[in-house]
Design a protein around this ligand. Structure first.
Ligand SMILES: *[C@@H]1O[C@H](CO)[C@@H](O)[C@H](O)[C@H]1NC(C)=O
Ligand SMILES: *[C@@H]1O[C@H](CO)[C@@H](O)[C@H](O)[C@H]1NC(C)=O
Ligand SMILES: *[C@@H]1O[C@H](CO)[C@@H](O)[C@H](O)[C@H]1NC(C)=O
Ligand SMILES: *[C@@H]1O[C@H](CO)[C@@H](O)[C@H](O)[C@H]1NC(C)=O
Ligand SMILES: *[C@@H]1O[C@H](CO)[C@@H](O)[C@H](O)[C@H]1NC(C)=O
Ligand SMILES: *[C@@H]1O[C@H](CO)[C@@H](O)[C@H](O)[C@H]1NC(C)=O
Length: 335
């Protein structure tokens, strides 16, 4: 791969210079925890391609019930946001095929190539951004380990959690080969504290049949911790291998969510006391999605909730995440 930027690196203009270069853009890959509207565009028949324009409320709402966190990150840090996440996505459709929407290692990376690499596949391949001026954030894994996959024993007998973590690291290598040099991998959140993966066996809109909630809850705790240990180890190894020619770091989403959960009053500011166990959006009959919305919290109450629904963080949680990620990008976050 010959490009302007490989020459740049060959000249040894390393990371030391980066302290002075401001981050101008953030490129995100992921699932419904990050997607603004791509999944809805796909189901809408308006397939997102090159230069896709995201659709914001009121025309379309993200899975947090409003505006998704990357938009806030762009606002707080004055960054251009390239958000390639798709609701329902996994790291690899080969490993854990679920909804077959564009995956992080495949279709989402292809969108990045279409938007940012000219002469793809030739020796004149060129990245249209300065690698010191953009950061790649990968935030994936929730669906990979979730229902209709690992937690329900529906994964392929040939696939392990190590493969899922390996996919995230391989995606980073692929993007490195395309010229990206700064990476952040978000760890999985404590999924065991969501309603869907709580110890309750009651049906939910996402899984409207009885199940062994206590078992799911313990399995999910195990999956998330194992994934995060694998990711952490892999990132440390990659970082050592690159020895300063590129940076890769973990954002401790797990720890950050745990802290919000444990100190709700600090983070949630709607009109009622902070609520980190329930959720705003209600579906009174788990077998009838058309009733979803009946019994929702009010707009004024919304920012009191950590969760929008049984699985998704709320918009206020997203603002908190965006603020902390902004701190991370400016070197001032403990996560
Ligand atoms: C759904 O399709 C219409 C055009 O038919 C478009 O204007 C709208 O933005 C689409 N919604 C999403 C989320 O893409
Ligand atoms: C925001 O970023 C743009 C483009 O990078 C830059 O031109 C502008 O001066 C920045 N604004 C502020 C307030 O920093
Ligand atoms: C980029 O080029 C490679 C090699 O020719 C090809 O396999 C891939 O599909 C191309 N990707 C996109 C997004 O065009
Ligand atoms: C479920 O978890 C709650 C705390 O979150 C605990 O009080 C309760 O005893 C647990 N129930 C079962 C059946 O384990
Ligand atoms: C809560 O705080 C956020 C900033 O994190 C702010 O944008 C939002 O408007 C506040 N919500 C309410 C209901 O005051
Ligand atoms: C939290 O919200 C749920 C609604 O999902 C409600 O049932 C529950 O009582 C609330 N908990 C607290 C402590 O207010």
């Amino acid at each position: 791969m010959v490009s302007f930027y490989s020459l740049y690196w060959a000249l040894g203009l390393g990371l030391q210079a980066w302290g002075k270069t401001a981050t101008k853009a953030v490129v995100l890959f992921g699932d419904s925890y990050t997607d603004q509207s791509r999944a809805h565009s796909i189901s809408n028949g308006t397939f997102p391609g090159k230069n896709y324009q995201e659709v914001f409320p009121p025309a379309d709402t993200a899975a947090d019930g409003g505006v998704q966190w990357p938009w806030y990150l762009g606002l707080y840090g004055n960054y251009t946001i390239w958000n390639y996440a798709v609701g329902g996505a996994v790291c690899s459709n080969v490993l854990t095929p679920l909804f077959s929407v564009p995956d992080v290692i495949g279709g989402q990376t292809d969108w990045f190539i279409q938007d940012h690499i000219s002469n793809n596949g030739t020796k004149h391949q060129k990245l249209d951004m300065d690698p010191s001026e953009f950061v790649v954030v990968i935030f994936i894994g929730t669906n990979d380990v979730g229902i209709h996959s690992f937690v329900t024993d529906d994964e392929s007998p040939q696939v392990s959690l190590a493969d899922l973590a390996g996919c995230q690291l391989q995606t980073i290598r692929n993007l490195y080969a395309l010229g990206a040099r700064r990476f952040i991998v978000n760890s999985l959140i404590p999924l065991q504290i969501t309603r869907l993966y709580s110890n309750s066996s009651d049906p939910t809109i996402y899984f409207p049949t009885p199940h062994d909630g206590v078992a799911w809850n313990k399995r999910m705790f195990n999956f998330v911790h194992t994934m995060n240990a694998l990711i952490r180890g892999g990132v440390a190894a990659l970082s050592a291998e690159w020895r300063g020619t590129a940076t890769v770091d973990v954002f401790d989403t797990y720890g950050f969510f745990e802290d919000m959960y444990n100190e709700p009053a600090k983070w949630f500011n709607g009109s009622i006391p902070a609520n980190v166990t329930g959720h705003c959006h209600q579906c009174p009959d788990p077998n009838d999605f058309r009733q979803c919305g009946i019994g929702d919290c009010t707009l004024a109450e919304r920012d009191s909730f950590m969760w929008w629904d049984e699985l998704h963080p709320s918009e206020q949680t997203g603002r908190n995440l965006a603020r902390e990620m902004w701190k991370k990008l400016t070197g001032a976050s403990k996560y």
